[in-house]
Design a binder for this molecule. Structure first.
Ligand SMILES: [Zn+2]
Length: 445
């Protein structure tokens, strides 16, 4: 996949515009919207965002691109997704540990075949971008060549991908294990080759506490110390049986988080998926160590993991973002993931009632904050990269009908989260350059 065009400058995009340059959990005015809006892009950056007419007057020389009838949102950010698990989607009726063994790991094993892995990498990246995702924190494969294939394909896709070799030395099957020495050697080689190449970054990726020995976690700590600007991603507190087994595997740890803390892995660069069953003490320590949590509501429901205590996370001051958790989740759509978060909070005891502004924040700016990309992407503030999702629902769709009847920005945005999927994605840009257009509208603008 190669970018369709290169960035031109300056361009003035005209359509309805939505973004959340602030956190709506703290600020009621966080949602900014313009029904006849404009985005001024110069050299791949946002120079201005606001009402169209004043922008037209301020920038008379800008090339106008008329996108009226559609909606401009910041590129979506998926902070937890597994590259090898696309074909594990739809494996229903199991809980975490059985699902891993019967659905996920058989697919992960196939990544030992390079041809399979290269093909899977292209399909995976296409799946992300065709749903409007421009940045993602991705679990790579357990195999070095397959992870290398993903990084190569990610580099040419133009997307912002943060990923790494998945590390495990116990609990899975022998063909998915590596020794701590091999983990160190292979991770270091990938970091030297790919970290900060183009838009890529590297994430040290111990699969989860249960599948990593203390020696492996120590290797993760060493790698984090030896290189600047790496991310750390893993899982925690997803499922009650898993938590019980972690307690047995690390009898010295007072709780799940304590395992990672022992090796310095709870830190501002760390992003941990799930945390469905935290103690109050863990929430406090996540907040004080500035470790981010990724809520994956579709996965939590599909695997019966539980109801995410969002309010407790927010009250403790823990940074939260959203992830699809493909293939434990139900697909690549981050808008759908936002809706699923809303639905589950509606039925969770003491759940939060999430507004459309909350959902937009969770799938854009919150993800950027969790990934340390908040000065680069996540909203349309001046100076940020022009990472843009253009949604244009098909004219004859029920969604288009709902949107025509909408009487407020909140209703419009709520309808997009409720009903829009990949068929509404009409164009995706990263740093101003088009990286995706559906085949039926491939004519240049
Ligand atoms: Zn996961």
């Amino acid at each position: 996949m190669t970018p369709v065009t290169t960035a031109q400058s300056p361009q003035l995009l005209r359509a309805a515009v939505f973004h959340t340059p602030r956190n709506p959990f703290r600020d009621d005015t966080a949602l900014e919207s313009y029904s006849d809006g404009g985005l001024l892009i110069r050299d791949g950056r946002i120079e201005a965002c606001g009402d169209f007419q004043p922008l037209r007057r301020t920038y008379p020389d800008a090339i106008e691109i008329d996108l009226r009838g559609g909606f401009l949102l910041p590129g979506l950010i998926d902070t937890h997704v597994h590259f090898p698990q696309l074909r594990a989607l739809g494996c229903l009726g199991r809980s975490l540990l059985d699902w891993l063994e019967e659905c996920a790991l058989p697919e992960e094993r196939k990544m030992g075949d390079m041809q399979y892995a290269s093909q899977a990498a292209r399909t995976f990246l296409r799946a992300l971008v065709s749903h409007g995702t421009t940045s993602a924190l991705v679990f790579g494969a357990h195999f070095l060549p397959a992870t290398e294939a993903l990084l190569e394909a990610a580099d040419s896709s133009g997307l912002r991908i943060i990923t790494g070799l998945v590390l495990s030395d116990r609990k899975l099957t022998a063909d998915l294990h590596q020794t701590p020495e091999a983990a160190y050697r292979d991770s270091t080689s990938l970091i030297r080759q790919f970290h900060r190449r183009g838009r890529l970054q590297y994430a040290v990726t111990p699969r989860f506490a249960l599948s990593t020995s203390e020696a492996m976690l120590e290797v993760c700590q060493t790698i984090m110390r030896e290189h600047q600007g790496l991310r750390l991603q893993t899982h925690m507190n997803e499922n009650l049986l898993e938590i019980e087994q972690v307690k047995n595997a690390f009898p010295w740890a007072k709780d799940y988080l304590a395992v990672y803390e022992r090796f310095g892995l709870a830190c501002p660069s760390a992003v941990m998926a799930h945390n469905v069953h935290p103690t109050d003490g863990e929430l406090e320590r996540l907040a004080s160590s500035r470790t981010a949590i990724v809520h994956c509501p579709s996965s939590n429901a599909a695997l019966g993991s539980g109801l995410f205590p969002l309010r407790r996370h927010l009250q403790a001051g823990v940074q939260c973002a959203l992830g699809t958790d493909v293939g434990g989740g139900t697909g690549f759509g981050m808008l759908k993931e936002g809706l699923q978060a809303y639905l589950m909070q509606r039925i969770a005891p003491n759940g939060c009632i999430l507004s459309a502004a909350h959902l937009l924040y969770l799938v854009t700016r919150a993800g950027a904050e969790a990934l340390g990309l908040e000065s680069e992407t996540g909203d349309f503030s001046a100076g940020k990269a022009a990472d843009i999702l253009y949604l244009r629902p098909p004219e004859d769709s029920p969604l288009a009908e709902v949107l025509r009847a909408s009487d407020s920005p909140e209703r419009t945005l709520g309808a997009l989260f409720t009903m829009a999927s990949s068929e509404s994605v009409d164009e995706v840009r990263v740093e101003g350059a088009v990286v995706y257009r559906p085949e039926q509208s491939a004519e240049p603008r």
